[in-house]
Design a protein around this ligand. Structure first.
Ligand SMILES: [Zn+2]
Ligand SMILES: [Zn+2]
Length: 274
């Protein structure tokens, strides 16, 4: 299969089979292309050959780990590479001049699709770059929660009504990066799960702190069970049985910096941290 940019200065060849083909609705793809969405396929690097135009190809890293390649003369978005999958080259389906060897089979990052862009039905639509159907995503209702206010003084006294917000913000900054990385590693979850996991964990932290504050620094078994059940119910919507088992092991893991939240706290010596 062959493809080229608009001015034909850059041309490439792919050896089938491709790995997948999907439409991406994320904001990065929109801005990189100036179009409502970008359709992508990928091949292992050894199945990709740049035929001409090496000198024309320009690269842009929108973040440390990714590189977008464009034609420097006509601006066509051509390729994408990520350190998360260094063995693959992603190619824009629209720049192919040959027929793709498979149908377009998914819509990814569907939640980022702008309302003004309409689509015909019939192709599955997914949350972020996961295999979770978009209709199954029901994020915890965090609307009723006041966001943390960084200007509140004396934030870590439990007598301060804003304790909950300060503590939740602090948990998020201090513990979330490591605890989420550990969960993803144990349950073999791609980086694209991060926003969903983060949202659920944030919901858990707020609920947990509600119980802890109203219990005046205690976390009785009943409250803890209710809070844990909430998180289990959220995650069981999305996890396979194996992933759910890995998540349960993650809770108890000594490497998990949030493991202290999953224990009964029966007195005021509880987790007034950090
Ligand atoms: Zn060009
Ligand atoms: Zn995208």
């Amino acid at each position: 299969m062959e493809g080229q940019c608009f001015c034909a200065g850059v041309a490439y060849q792919l050896t089938p089979p491709t790995d997948f083909a999907g439409h991406c609705h994320c904001q990065s793809c929109r801005q990189a292309s100036g179009a409502p969405m970008l359709s992508w396929t990928s091949v292992p690097n050894r199945q990709f050959t740049l035929l001409r135009g090496h000198e024309l190809v320009r690269e842009y890293s929108s973040s440390e780990r990714v590189t977008w390649s464009f034609c420097g003369r006509c601006g066509t978005t051509l390729f994408y590479r990520s350190q998360a999958t260094p063995e693959k080259t992603y190619i824009t389906v629209a720049s192919l001049t040959s027929l793709l060897d498979r149908p377009l089979e998914s819509h990814v990052s569907y939640e980022e699709k702008p309302a003004w862009f309409d689509l015909s039905p019939g192709v599955p639509r997914y949350f972020a770059k996961t295999d979770i159907p978009i209709d199954r995503i029901q994020l915890p209702d965090l609307d009723s929660l006041i966001p943390p206010d960084p200007h509140i003084l004396n934030g870590f006294s439990r007598s301060n009504p804003d304790y909950r917000y300060r503590a939740a913000q602090s948990y998020e900054q201090t513990y979330f990066p490591k605890t989420l990385a550990l969960l993803r590693q144990r349950a073999a979850l791609a980086e694209s799960w991060e926003p969903l996991l983060r949202t659920i964990l944030r919901g858990f932290a707020y609920r947990w702190l509600d119980g802890y504050v109203s219990g005046e620094g205690t976390m009785p078994q009943a409250d803890l069970t209710e809070t844990m059940d909430w998180m289990d119910a959220q995650l069981s919507q999305y996890f396979s049985p194996q992933q759910f088992t890995a998540y349960q092991e993650w809770r108890q893991s000594p490497d998990n910096p949030m493991a202290f939240l999953f224990l009964v706290h029966s007195n005021n010596s509880g987790p007034d941290r950090p």
